[in-house]
Design a protein around this ligand. Structure first.
Ligand code: NAD
Length: 247
């Protein structure tokens, strides 16, 4: 089926759905200039193994290294701006066409684009916390301390080590994941955008719905299950689908 017909089929599925949720991954933000993990040639994986660098193993065993390498990657995602795909998702949420967005991203771009119901299942780069007393701090404070070579950064209240509130490889899933799970259980359609669907347990979600649309530049392990697979850029695909829904 050519892209035009795939867009049409996707628009029809969305229009006939009672409740639609969206699941996004790093691929929706590549058009905002943030590299994903697994795109061939440009993904971060080309130069390092994120499951090592962004892991609790490194944070707890070599905190200085975590702050010199992994933390820098997190910090670099914070200045990007949303792209058309983020804005369309925010608009179709306002129109009541989707119930919300579950994101694996930590770049805050859905919120910046105006999305209201966003489940950040891999945490965020707005805050950090103390591993000893639980004190919440801003991500900016972590950045300031790291810039001053306070490695690892320490809590001003108790001296414990501070960490970013990002879900690292090795961390348990946050409460947002339980809420996202419930939303998906109540949905009849899930639209996956820009995710390789290889990171567990988020990649269990596509198996839980009756209808599935996947918009991803490269193939995923769930393509066989999807009603529609669109191998196009997220913004291009969403623009076409949204135009068809409106017309
Ligand atoms: P991933 O890198 O494993 O997969 C991204 C997928 O998006 C790839 O399959 C790629 O082909 C596709 N893609 C790239 N650009 C696209 C575009 N413009 N349109 C459509 N598809 C596109 O990412 P993942 O599945 O999200 O899992 C990786 C983990 O990395 C997640 O936990 C996420 O938190 C983290 N991560 C987040 C960011 C971010 O917040 N922006 C960036 C890098 C990694």
């Amino acid at each position: 089926m050519d892209s035009k017909n795939l867009f049409k089929k996707a628009a029809e599925l969305i229009k006939s759905s009672q409740k639609t949720m969206v699941l996004t991954g790093a691929g929706i933000s590549t058009e905002s200039g943030i590299p994903d993990f697994r795109s061939p040639g440009t993904g971060l994986w080309e130069n390092m193994d994120p499951t090592e660098v962004l892991s609790t193993k490194v944070l707890f065993n070599s905190p200085e290294e975590f702050y010199r390498v992994g933390f820098k990657i997190l910090s670099s995602m914070r200045n990007a701006e949303p792209n058309e795909a983020h804005y369309i998702l925010s608009e179709i949420e306002k129109e009541g066409i989707i119930a919300g967005v579950i994101t694996q991203n930590i770049d805050n771009l859905h919120q910046k684009a105006g999305s209201k119901k966003v489940y950040e299942v891999h945490g965020n780069t707005r805050e950090g916390s103390c591993l000893r007393c639980g004190e919440k701090v801003s991500f900016e404070l972590l950045e300031e301390k790291v810039a001053k070579e306070e490695l690892p950064p320490r809590c001003d209240r108790c001296g414990g080590m501070l960490r970013p509130d990002v879900v690292l490889f090795g961390d348990p899933m946050p409460h947002a994941f339980d809420l996202a799970l419930k939303e998906v259980q109540e949905s009849d359609l899930l639209i996956v955008i820009g995710s390789s669907l290889v990171v567990a347990p988020v990649n269990f979600l596509p198996g839980m719905v009756d209808r599935l649309i996947i918009i991803n530049a490269t193939e995923t392990p769930y393509d066989y299950k999807a009603d529609v697979v669109i191998r196009e850029k997220a913004s291009y695909a969403l623009r076409n689908i949204w135009n068809l829904i409106k017309s």
